[in-house]
Design a protein around this ligand. Structure first.
Ligand code: ADP
Ligand code: MG
Length: 255
C-alpha cells in the first residue's frame, strides 16, 4: 500500500471497504477495494476470483483494473475511480424529477455494451444493480463489483449451450437484472416492491410490475417486458438487445 496515500473511505461492506487513494507516482486518484482474506483457508482462490475476473475485462464501460496485491491478510484491488458515484445515489438525487429519455437510453446502451463484453468472455456478473454500476465525471457508465462474478470454465465447455441456456444463474439472469436497472432509470423506483418476501417472490415470478409511464418510447416498454419474461429463454440476450431488438436502433444511436 506504500505506493498509494489513502484519502477517504467511499464504501463499506461485508467484504471490507473501498478507499479513495492517491497514487504517489502519478498523482492520480484510484479506488482500492480491500478484501479481508480468511486465515488458513484452502479456498483462497475463491477470494481472489474477483480480482482475477476484473483484470480480464477491458472495456470502456467496465471499471478499469490497475493492479492487485496482497498485504497481510488483505487482498487489495486497485481500480479506476468513478467520481460520479454509483447509479443508486444518482437515482436518489433525482428525488421526483425523471431522467430524460436520452439519458436513460445512453446509460442503458452503455450498460448493455459492458455486460455484453463480460458475457463474451464467458463470465457472469450475477450482481448487476444500480449500486454496483458507477458513473465517471463525464457521465460514462462503468460496471463494477465483480465480487459475485463467476466464470464458465473450459472443462464445462462441451456443455456450453446446455449450461448457458439452463443454469439458474445464467446470462439471462444478468439480463433480468439489467431490466430492473432500466426500469429504475425510467421510473426512479424498483419494479418489484412488496412488504414481505413471499409477496415479492410472487410478483417476480409472475413478472407483475407497475406499467411504465406512457410518454416513454414504445420500444422501451416492449424491451422491459421482454427482459422480465419468467422463462429465461424468452428474454433477449445482450447481443440481441444491441443488434436486432426493436430498441437496438435507438440504443446504437446513443453509443
Ligand atoms: P461490495 O462488495 O461491498 O458491494 P463494491 O465494489 O460494490 O463492494 O463497493 C462498495 C461501494 O463503494 C460502491 O457501491 C460504491 O459506492 C463505492 N465504489 C466501489 N468502487 C468504486 C469505484 N471504482 N469508483 C467509485 N466508487 C466506488
Ligand atoms: Mg457492491
Amino acid at each position: 500500500m506504500e505506493a498509494y496515500s489513502p484519502l477517504q473511505v467511499i464504501g463499506e461492506g461485508s467484504f471490507g471497504r473501498a478507499l479513495l487513494v492517491l497514487c504517489n507516482s502519478n498523482q492520480k486518484k484510484y479506488v482500492v477495494k480491500e478484501i479481508q482474506l480468511p486465515k488458513n483457508s484452502s479456498k483462497l482462490e475463491n477470494w481472489r476470483r474477483e480480482a482475477i475476473l476484473l483484470s480480464r475485462m477491458k472495456h470502456s464501460n467496465i471499471v478499469a483494473f490497475r493492479e492487485a496485491f496482497e498485504a497481510d491478510d488483505l487482498l487489495c484491488i486497485v481500480m479506476e475511480y468513478c467520481s460520479g458515484g454509483d447509479l443508486l445515489q444518482r437515482i436518489q438525487q433525482q428525488k421526483t424529477t425523471q431522467f430524460s429519455v436520452d439519458d436513460v437510453l445512453k446509460w442503458f446502451a452503455e450498460m448493455c455494451a459492458g455486460a455484453k463484453h463480460i458475457h463474451d468472455k464467458r463470465v457472469l456478473h450475477r450482481d448487476l444493480k444500480s449500486k454496483n454500476i458507477f458513473l465517471t465525471d463525464n457521465g460514462t457508465i462503468k460496471l463494477g463489483d465483480f465480487g459475485s462474478a463467476c466464470v464458465l470454465n473450459s472443462s464445462r465447455a462441451y456443455a456450453h449451450s446446455y449450461i448457458w441456456d439452463n443454469k439458474p444463474y445464467n446470462n439471462k439472469s444478468d439480463v433480468w437484472s439489467l431490466g430492473c436497472v432500466l426500469y429504475e432509470l425510467c421510473t426512479l423506483r424498483h419494479p418489484f416492491q412488496a412488504s414481505s418476501w413471499k409477496s415479492l417472490i410472487l410478483k417476480v415470478c409472475r413478472g407483475a410490475y407497475p406499467p411504465l409511464p406512457k410518454h416513454l418510447p414504445y420500444e422501451l416498454q416492449y424491451l422491459v417486458k421482454q427482459m422480465f419474461k419468467t422463462n429465461p429463454k424468452d428474454r433477449p440476450s445482450l447481443h440481441t438487445i444491441l443488434t436486432s431488438h426493436r430498441v437496438s436502433r435507438l440504443l446504437r444511436s446513443h453509443l
